[in-house]
Ligand binder design. Sequence first.
Ligand code: 6PG
Length: 238
Amino acid sequence: MSSFSEHTPQAMASCFHTVHVFDSPALLARAAARRIALLAQRAARTQPFLRIALAGGTTPQACYQALREERLDWSRIHIYFGDERCLPTSNPQRNDRMAALSLLDHVPIPEQQIHRIPAQQGAVLAALDYAACLQHAGPLDLILLGMGEDGHTASLFPGLVDPGEQRLVIPVLQAPKPPSERVSLGPAALLAARQVFFLVAGPAKHAALQRLRRGASLPPQQFKLAHWYVDRAAWHGV
Ligand code: 6PG
């Protein structure tokens, strides 16, 4: 695995606590899947369940496919979602449909341990429902997140999140990335997680990563202890 990790001193003042840089998205995906499996194996020694929130979008798909090959006790995994698009349940553009096709339909996880965001109810009702679900679950052990070219993560878009937002789950009604109506874990839920992994690949993400490295107040900036899994194209722009 061709990668290196950075604990750069200035990183402590930013969200880049630990950065793993890989030569390719495939190597990134495999390494992230390996790390998730290790987390799950370690957690199995000390806690009954591991609660993981999955990222949406396209980048995590390769990681989810790689996770199918890892040895995990899926009977002890509860799956949540970082955000969901307000589309009908069967719509292939939904994040939970992507997760099913790339992972959940291929592993023996009990159906009742997959906690989907009921975004088909509409953002406001779904956010209330999912907040109750998260309240019951308690802090998540691991949240996987992607990052958009504008620096958004989950469905927290720059300039659209109230800095004082305390709700665990928020309705998003004017997302610049279609569909405009979404449901997202709020900053409070993301910050409460024991671990946060960002999975970011491709040259299109380089500009946003550079802005973050320079301290721009984009949504990922608040996660001071995040682990970043990036490829060279995103991190170095080449
Ligand atoms: C979504 C995701 C979103 C995604 C980023 C990156 O619903 O679209 O939650 O936050 O993670 O936009 O998407 P890509 O991985 O497809 O670049």
